[in-house]
Design a protein around this ligand. Sequence first.
Ligand code: NAP
Length: 261
Amino acid sequence: MTIRVGVVGAAGRMGAEVCRAVAAADDLELVAAVDPHHAGVAVREATGVDTDLTLAGDLDALVDAGAEVVVEFTGPSAVGANLRWLLEHDLHAVVGATGIDEADLTVARELAEARPANALIAPNFAIGAVLLMQFAAEAARYLPHVEIIELHHDRKVDAPSGTALRTAELIADARAEIPDAPLGDDRHPGARGAAHADVRVHSVRLPGLVAHEEVIFGGTGQTLTLRHDSIDRTSFMPGVLLGCRKVASLDGLVVGLEHVL
Ligand code: NAP
């Protein structure tokens, strides 16, 4: 049985990659693609997928097409409202867009509890990044001094990255103490990065990068560096497709790909 999949943000860098990955999977079928600013454009032109679909201007197209699972890869300004809409319309959601705020997350969690649809939100769908986060949490138990450097392409709108925020939260949960760290010179605010969950995070934005994260631990006479590099957006696709296959069997709203691995 094939799963009928819709994609929101389908003309974007990630959305187009998802359309290609879904279309290439034997057990998934791309039935709708939504991207309001590109409505009316052929999906074939926007993504290279061999299909007669056209990019739709609003989310109703997902219901009209009979989508069962919807992959959301828009961005911080649209993801909260879109996720709410999907759950209100009983569509399972696989969310990759980052920057969703706490209030929207709370509403989505309540909707996913109350209604038949589930949601999987993963700040990073690359298995290597998920492992990095797990290793970082493990290391933080023994090495509480730690800072994160995340590096992304220069078109990314949010900073720090969702992956860095999640890594910082996992470290905060795992480490037993919050070590003192000097905050630096008042003349250069930001030089010491931003604190999230009491972990310093530094964001680099440059053309040529895709998505990278380095977690550096410091101890007596030693450092430990964990690093993950997504050098191509295909790195996220096995995780996204797994999410499409597993989301219907989840219980409500789940954050983190590790819960379906
Ligand atoms: P992008 O190229 O800007 O794509 C976003 C697409 O969504 C654009 O085509 C945009 O249209 C469209 N869009 C904006 N508002 C929309 C709405 N209300 N409904 C439907 N479509 C809408 O960005 P990207 O590089 O693909 O990244 C998308 C998101 O995924 C970001 O939040 C990024 O951080 C995240 N991301 C997550 C992972 C992960 O593994 N979870 C990996 C990589 C990236 P316009 O350009 O015309 O506004």
